[in-house]
Write a protein that binds this ligand. Structure first.
Ligand code: NCD
Length: 426
């Protein structure tokens, strides 16, 4: 089965680091034609790319540096921690390995959209070990594993695990490794997931280690930013991201800031009260290179000119006392603020959950119908990205493409009844 045209085109734009307009120009087609080639096959406006155009794209890729052996086969990215297949931190990635992973994620799209199925992980078992609250991370890792044909065993919270009886992380990890082929772990202590790795040879994925890191979330966030930017004619290099809220304890922003720092000429505006500023170790990493980093507690001024506004929840569970000094309603992202300071193409993101309780000052629901709000496209992207992570860690990424069959059931065209649609162009 040849590479899907959408995967080839997205890969080409990533490798050439071109906006959609620049790429359409490079291959000598109208932007509108390129848009229709990028739409999912099941979309009414989707068109097949002519054979000659796909050969031309391949030729261009062969002529780009490091593209000399460009083939239709999926090239294998690696996700290695101390030489073994585990995912603990975004520090394990280079820009090339991130983009190779995204190419695998693109091949997963027809499965994520429920048009195709695969059984490449048939017989494999995932242990989903969550010692902290979770909805989307736990369920999406589980769903991603199932959509590759595997099965999932879950444990949630300390109360119902043997850790409540004093069992060590080492023992728990070694025991579970005898039952499962991969471990996804969330734990309230920073660095704890690395301890799980010490007791096992099966792949371990960090699904959040206290205020430490959340690498899979950062990967799906960056994947979302790239896809959304592609539609509005931007590239990641040189873009401006404003991160808002609890930058001290929010692990998603720790991982995302470091991942974005792999790109060139980024501008980071870090907006928080003084009590919740980004840790010095992360600041140190992102101020290397040619990036501009600004810290402010002025939300209005900080959001000006941002291409991405990334809001976060206050991590109340990580505060020793209940006081959250300085986190006032002035930090809330809502429709009125977005209208007054953001541009028509500004993306509004959040890792979710957003705290909807009165006085929480989290991302407002009054933006729900605004197409700039990308939060549910973000969560949807968690499936192809987490499928790609599993496929690479378990070494089946090359088999997925050939193993796909049509799904027998009919999935809805739009998952959410209120999902924003961008002029029919994905
Ligand atoms: C976040 C987390 O748990 O770190 N959510 C997520 O995984 N999508 C953010 C949060 O809890 O606020």
């Amino acid at each position: 089965m040849p590479l899907q045209q959408q995967t080839l085109l997205r890969d080409a734009m990533r490798r050439l680091n071109m906006t959609r307009d620049a790429f359409a120009n490079r291959i000598g087609v109208a932007r509108r034609a390129l848009d229709t080639w990028l739409l999912p096959d099941e979309s009414a406006e989707s068109r097949a790319m002519p054979e000659i155009a796909s050969r031309y794209v391949m030729e261009i890729l062969e002529r780009t540096p490091a593209g000399d052996e460009y083939t239709q086969r999926v090239q294998s990215p690696s996700i290695l921690y101390e030489g073994r297949p585990h995912l603990l931190s975004v520090d394990q990635f280079t820009r090339d390995s991130v983009e190779a992973l995204f190419r695998v994620a693109d091949t997963m799209q027809p499965i994520a959209r429920r048009q195709k199925i695969t059984r490449v992980l048939e017989g494999a078992v995932l242990a989903n070990l969550f010692f902290e609250a979770s909805t989307r991370t736990r369920v999406s890792f589980g769903a991603a594993f199932c959509r590759l044909g595997g099965s999932v065993c879950d444990t949630t919270g300390f109360t119902f695990s043997s850790m409540a009886k004093g069992e060590s992380i080492y023992d728990t990890s070694r025991v579970i490794s005898g039952y499962a082929d991969a471990l996804v772990v969330r734990h309230p202590e920073k660095g704890s997931v690395a301890e799980f790795v010490r007791a096992t040879n099966v792949p371990v994925i960090n699904a959040g280690d206290g205020p430490g890191e959340h690498p899979s979330q950062a990967l799906l966030d960056l994947y979302t930013i790239q896809r959304e930017f592609s539609r509005v004619g931007k590239i990641v290099d040189g873009s401006h991201i404003a991160m808002v809220g609890d930058l001290k304890y929010g692990r998603t922003v720790h991982s995302l800031a470091k991942l974005l720092a792999l790109y060139r000429g980024m501008k980071f505006t870090l907006i928080s009260p003084a009590s919740l500023e980004m840790p010095a170790s992360i600041l140190d990493q992102i101020t290397r290179g040619d990036h501009v980093v600004e810290q402010t507690s002025d939300l209005h001024a900080g959001l000006k000119g941002a291409d991405v506004v990334y809001a976060t929840r206050i991590q109340k569970e990580r505060f020793a006392d209940e006081s959250i000094e300085g986190y006032t309603p002035d930090f809330q992202i809502n429709q009125a603020l977005v209208e007054s300071v953001c541009g028509p193409d500004t993306l509004i993101m959040h890792p979710l959950p957003r705290d909807g309780r009165p006085g929480a000052n989290d991302l407002s629901t009054d933006l729900n119908h605004d197409p700039r709000l990308a939060i549910f496209r973000q969560t949807d992207n968690g499936i192809p990205v987490r499928m790609a992570i599993f496929a690479v860690l378990l070494g089946v990424e090359k088999q997925v493409q050939h193993s796909m069959r049509d799904a027998a059931w009919k999935a809805p065209a739009y998952i959410g009844p209120d999902d924003a649609v961008f002029h029919g162009v994905d």
